[in-house]
Ligand binder design. Sequence first.
Ligand SMILES: CC(C)(COP(=O)(O)OP(=O)(O)OC[C@H]1O[C@@H](n2cnc3c(N)ncnc32)[C@H](O)[C@@H]1OP(=O)(O)O)[C@@H](O)C(=O)NCCC(=O)NCCS
Length: 182
Amino acid sequence: MSGDIRSYRGIEPRFGEHVYIDPSAVIVGDVEIGEHSSVWPLVAARGDVNHIRIGKRTNIQDNCTIHVSRVSDRNPEGHPVHIGDEVTVGHQVMLHGCKIGSRVLIGMGAVIMDGVVVEDDVIIGAGSLIPPGKVLRSGYLYVGSPVKELRRLSQQELDFLPESAANYVELKDDYGLNVSPV
Ligand SMILES: CC(C)(COP(=O)(O)OP(=O)(O)OC[C@H]1O[C@@H](n2cnc3c(N)ncnc32)[C@H](O)[C@@H]1OP(=O)(O)O)[C@@H](O)C(=O)NCCC(=O)NCCS
């Protein structure tokens, strides 16, 4: 059994090879999830008024919410959600209308708002709030509410980012595969 996967206005979520979706996750509409990514219990990803793109080997952990903002006269592209490859999205993170690069770790309970850009190779501490439109630059640790740049990441931390993603690829393989690629 896979998650609750629903179409919206005739658009079905689409999955690459070897994706795992927990049976309690809800995925709606214009959502694409790349190969070897995983979506854990009670995640809601709603691609209705804009689209959601999730890359390869990325994990979206339990209780995360992913939503988008609509196109308007003020904002002709609205705010979709783009998440890169080898990203770890910790438990209960809120991602709204933001762009996340590759090899990013988003700590538990973080809130990331419309128009935020997180470059590649960033760690965001648990409980951080990233206000609309902020850019988090590559290679740094950010913490706090509102978030502040704390320091440059060590080589050990940079090396950990793909390792964290690899741990989740291994874990989802252990759970077994349950959605067909489209
Ligand atoms: C931020 C983090 C990476 C630790 O970084 P660190 O440099 O090792 O932090 P330290 O423990 O040395 O603490 C440095 C300072 O930041 C503070 N700090 C640590 N984590 C913080 C957080 N999430 N938010 C705000 N401040 C934080 C510490 O209290 C300390 O403050 P002080 O210097 O005034 O005492 C870690 O605490 C964190 O939040 N990791 C996220 C883990 C996670 O959620 N993973 C996903 C689920 S598996």
